[in-house]
Design a protein around this ligand. Sequence first.
Ligand code: F0G
Length: 461
Amino acid sequence: MEQRWKTIIEPFKIKVVEPLGFTTEDEREKILREACYNIFNIRAEHVLVDLLTDSGTSAMSAEQWAAVMRGDESYAGARSFFVFEGAIRRLTGYRHVLPVHQGRAAERILFGVTGGPGKTVISNSHFDTTRANAEAAGCAALDLPAPGATDFDVPGDFKGDIDLVALEEAIRRIGAANIPMIVMTVTNNSLGGQPVSMRNLRETARTAQHYKIPVIIDAARFAENAFFIKRRESGYAGRKVADIAAEMFSYGSGCMMSSKKDAFANIGGFLALNDPEWTRKAREILILGEGFTTYGGLAGRDLEAVARGLEEVLDEQYLTYRIRSVEYLAEGLRRAGVPIVEPPGGHAVYVNAKKFLPHIGPEGYPGQALVCELYRTAGIRAVEIGSLMFGRREGGRFVPAPMELVRLAIPRRVYTQSHIDFVVEVFGDIVKRKDAIGPMRLLEGSERLTHFTAKMMCGAA
Ligand code: F0G
C-alpha cells in the first residue's frame, strides 16, 4: 500500500457471507443460565461476535478453496501430501514432515517419543494443551517467562521471551539429560500473545546447543511473531517476513504447528523434525493414532488448504492489516477506560479483569464474570484465562491463577472494522455499570482443563 494513506484497509473483498446470530437480552439471559454460565456450552448460532478463539475460525481464501478441490484423497502417497510437505520444508527447512489433525496431536506424539517420568520440558510458556500433553507423558512442564512478562500495564517489545538466566540455572539444576527439549512458543499465547525476539531465539539456541538439548518451536502463530520482529527488532525492518520466519526456524531442530491459526485452515497441524530417530518413533505413534504417514488424520483437501495458507500468511499486506486490526481494538478499549495487557498481542487483546473488576476477588472469578456480562449485554463471546482455567484445589483449598484475564481473540479475515467498533461500544456501556457486576461461583468442574466442563452460577461462594 502506498505510504500516503493512513487508513489500513482489510486487504480482501468478501464473496461468501454467513449471517450473524441476533438474540434479545431476555433470550441471552436464558441461554446463559441453560449453559451453566459456561460459554463453551453456548451454540455458535446464538453468538453475535465470536471472539472465543482465533483457532480454526479463519476465512479461507478463494485460492485455498480452489486447492481444496484439487485435494488428492488417495490413502497413501497422495499428491496433496507432497504439496504439503514441500510447503513446510520450504518454510521451515526441517527435513521430515508429519501431518496431524491439529496441534495437540503433534504435542502428544512428540512427548510420547521424548517424555517420561523424571523429565522436564522447559518453555517460555506452555500453552494449556502443551502442558497437559507433557504431563500426560509423565514429564514436568516448567515455564520460564522473561522478567516483566506479567507486568501487564508495562508495555514491552518482546514480552514473550524466555528468561535466559533462569534457563541456564534450570538446566544446571535439573540436568541436561533430564530435559528432552526446550519449547519456544511463538507468539506466547498464555501470556498475552506477545512475541519472542530473534535475539532471544538465537541465545536460547546457543544455550541449548551448549547443553545438547533440542529446541522445538511451537509455531502456531509464527508469521505474526515474524512480523513483530520486522516491526520492533533492530536490523529486521528491511527484511522479508518469509526470511525472518526462516531465520526463526533455523534456531530450532523441529517444530509443532497447529495449522488452525497462522495457516488459515479450519483443521490441521504438523510435526516437522530433523532428527531421524525421533521421526521414526513419531511415525509409529502417528500411524497408531492419527493415520498413515502421508495424511495423518487429515483429508487430502485439508493438506492442500494448509499448504496454500502457509504461503498466504506471509503476505505483508495481510500482516500489516492483521496486527493493525488487533491494535485498533486495543485503542478503542483504552479509550473506553478498559485495562488491557500492554501491548496488545498478535491475535488477541487481553483484558485485565482483576484490575477492571477489583471488587471481585479471584474466588469470585472476575474474568468469567466479565465473559458472562459481555454475552449477556450483546452476545459477544470471549474466553476467561484466569482462575477458572488455571486455578487449582489443593487439599480443599482454592489456589488462584496468577492472573485474571479475558481474551478477545480475533479470527483471521472474518470480522470487519464495524464489528470491532461494536465490541468497543459494548465495553463502553459495561464500563459505566461495572461496579454492579457480581461474582461467579463454581459448582462443578473436572480436575484438568476445568474451564471446558465447568458448571457455574451467579453469586458469591
Ligand atoms: N500451541 C499454541 C500456542 C496454541 O495456542 C494452541 C491452541 C495449541 C498449541 C494447540 O493447537 O488447538 O490445534 O490442538 N490454541 C487455541 C486457542 C485452542 O484458542 O488459543 P490445537
